[in-house]
Design a protein around this ligand. Structure first.
Ligand code: ADP
Ligand code: MG
Length: 252
C-alpha cells in the first residue's frame, strides 16, 4: 500500500529532479489513475506529458523571443481585404514553411506601409514556433554589425553566425544607400546563404534600381542574382495601412 511517506518521497524526488509540472500535477494524475484504473505506464505518460508540454511552450517562446521581431503580429491579424492584391493562398503556402525546406527566398517589394514587415514577421514567427532558428534584422543594422566585425577582425565569425540561421529576415533594403565596401560585406553574407538557407527580404526599391542602393552595378547584380535565383517575389501595390485612417475609404 502506498503510504504518506512514500508519497512525500516521490514529491521530493520530483522536486529534486526539478520536474515542476510533475509536482504540480501529481495529485491529479494519482486521482485519475485510481478512478480510471490506469496502468503504471499510462500514469507516467500523463505525468511526463505535463512536463513536456510546458517545456515545449517555453522553448517556442524563447525561439520567438531571440528572433528579435519588431512586433509580434501574426498572419491572423493581417487584413487581406485591405490589401486584395495579396494572394492569401500564397501566404498560407509560406506559412507551411515549404520554402525553408527548399532553401528558397521570399522578397516583399512595395512602398511603405503596405504590410511587408508584418507579413515577413508572421512567417518568421511561424518558422520560430516550428523550432527553425530565425532572426529578424534591419538591413542597415546588419551592415553596421558586419562593418564593426570587420574592423575588429572578426568578420569571419560574424558571417558564420548570420549564415547559421535557418531563416534570416532582412528588413528595409533600400531605405538608405550602401557604399561599395558595405555592399561587399552584404554580398558575402548573401553568397554564403545562397542555396543553403532561406532569407526573407523586404524592400521599397524595384530590382532595376538596386544599383542605386548598392552604389555599384556589379555588386548589385551579384547580390540580386543570388537572391532571385530561388525566390518568390511578392509585389504589393496598394494603399498604406498606416495612412488608412487619414484617408478613409469604402473598403473599411
Ligand atoms: P511596411 O513594412 O510595408 O512599411 P508594415 O508591415 O510595417 O509596413 O505595416 C505598417 C503597420 O500597419 C504595421 O503595424 C502593420 O501591422 C499594419 N498593417 C499593414 N498592413 C496591414 C493589413 N493588411 N492588415 C492589418 N495590419 C496591417
Ligand atoms: Mg517595414
Amino acid at each position: 500500500m502506498e503510504t504518506t511517506s512514500n508519497y512525500r518521497q516521490l514529491l521530493s524526488n520530483l522536486e529534486y529532479l526539478k520536474l515542476k509540472q510533475m509536482v504540480l500535477h501529481l495529485d491529479e494524475v494519482v486521482d485519475f489513475s485510481i478512478t480510471h484504473e490506469v496502468s503504471f505506464t499510462d500514469c507516467l505518460i500523463r505525468l511526463t506529458n505535463h512536463e513536456i508540454d510546458v517545456r515545449e511552450k517555453n522553448m517556442i517562446q524563447s525561439m520567438v523571443k531571440v528572433a528579435g521581431f519588431p512586433f509580434l503580429k501574426e498572419m491572423n491579424s493581417f487584413d487581406f481585404k485591405f490589401q486584395p492584391g495579396i494572394n492569401q493562398q500564397q501566404m498560407m503556402d509560406f506559412m507551411s514553411l515549404r520554402f525553408i525546406e527548399n532553401q528558397e527566398n521570399i522578397v516583399f517589394l512595395g512602398p511603405s506601409g503596405v504590410g511587408k514587415t508584418h507579413l515577413a514577421t508572421s512567417i518568421g514567427i511561424a518558422a520560430a514556433k516550428k523550432r527553425n532558428s530565425t532572426y529578424f534584422i534591419k538591413c542597415h543594422q546588419l551592415i553596421e554589425d558586419l562593418r564593426k566585425a570587420r574592423n575588429e577582425g572578426r568578420l569571419e565569425s560574424r558571417l558564420k553566425h548570420y549564415t547559421k540561421y535557418k531563416l534570416l529576415i532582412i528588413d528595409e533594403i533600400g531605405y538608405l544607400p550602401i557604399d561599395v565596401e558595405d555592399a561587399k560585406l552584404f554580398f558575402q553574407l548573401i553568397d554564403r546563404r545562397y542555396e543553403k538557407k532561406s532569407t526573407i527580404l523586404t524592400t521599397n526599391v524595384n530590382f532595376k534600381a538596386w544599383d542605386e542602393v548598392f552604389l555599384d552595378t556589379k555588386i548589385a547584380n551579384a547580390i540580386l542574382d543570388r537572391i532571385l535565383h530561388h525566390a518568390t517575389i511578392v509585389s504589393i501595390v496598394g494603399p498604406s495601412y498606416r495612412l488608412k485612417n487619414h484617408f478613409p475609404s469604402d473598403k473599411e
